[in-house]
Design a protein around this ligand. Sequence first.
Ligand code: GCU
Length: 369
Amino acid sequence: MDHQYHELPNLFVFEDGAPVRTVEDWQRRRLELRDMIFDLQYGGFPPQPAGVHVEDLCISSPMQRFAKARYVTLRVVCTTEDGKGISFILNYYLPQGEGPFPVILTGDACWRNTSDYIILEILHRGYIVALFNRVEIVPDIRQAGRNTGLYAVYPELEFGALSAWAWGYMRAIDALLTQECVNPEQIAVVGHSRGGKTVLLAGAMDERIAVVGANNSGSGGAGCYRWQGPKSETLADNMKKFPDWYCPRMLPYVGREHELPFDQHGLKALIAPRALLTLEAYDDLWANPTGTWQTFQAARETYRFLGKEDAIGTWYRAGGHGHTTEDWQAFMEFVDWQMRGVAPGRQFDGNPFPDLPSAYSWSAPAKDN
Ligand code: GCU
């Protein structure tokens, strides 16, 4: 099916039909929405470990080619009450100068899409660049089964890979917060494609995250189930090829996406009022650029309700799927704006599709408090 358009569910109505009127109502509604989305779509979330311990493995000398930054290697060891555990490597580039510094964290080390050029640019802006490899938490290979990584730590739980990777972001943040050079108020996360789906989930879960950057994240990310643009990936496409990312309870909704009790604007709204940028590409039709625009507008209603309309942005570039230098630059401009008030050189709310009708007919209620 090429086109499928249905009204997006109203974020401001509880499941029992009661309206959201106040910010306190929204906080309760947010938890209701969060638990529903996490449970149904992602198979729940792995628990917080009983302990997170950081081993210092190496601090390099200042590196000339990275503006004299040092490269730090840590092992993050997470343990459960009964002594089971998992560990992974976290690296960061530490800029020269007086900290504490804001941080750009990505778990996409498996894709090596953070070029030296980008790292240098982020360092020049005065940020720490932190990297871990989310596939150390659970592999990105379906055939690997569940007898591995974090799945083996919690064999009784049914969380999918996206939840496990998002959990990895949270543990990386636990570790970063043990480092004196880190500004705890200024942690941004960024990921591409399935990594973009992951950071949306991490941002929805972890309020320590100040800015989320989801790049070309598509179905199960910033996309939309009720608004499938031409040639965009459907729930069926995504679940057939990558069932291990999700919860099998989503399967009955294949072909009945309009019956889902949520859509992806709900996931975005969970991040509010913290900052969120979705980055899209006009020719990346598989990632549903028009549907992503719909979820952006609908989620913005929540930001508007909370008085933080400027904290949600979207940016479209020419071309296809990829985490390009242009994407990184747009993201860094957004982060500089959100964290430091530096006026951006571009608009993050420009309408990329002025002729599209709206996928929803409700709006943020007037606040009743
Ligand atoms: C596939 C998948 C997408 C995903 C992408 C990626 O194309 O269908 O949902 O975003 O891989 O992660 O690169």
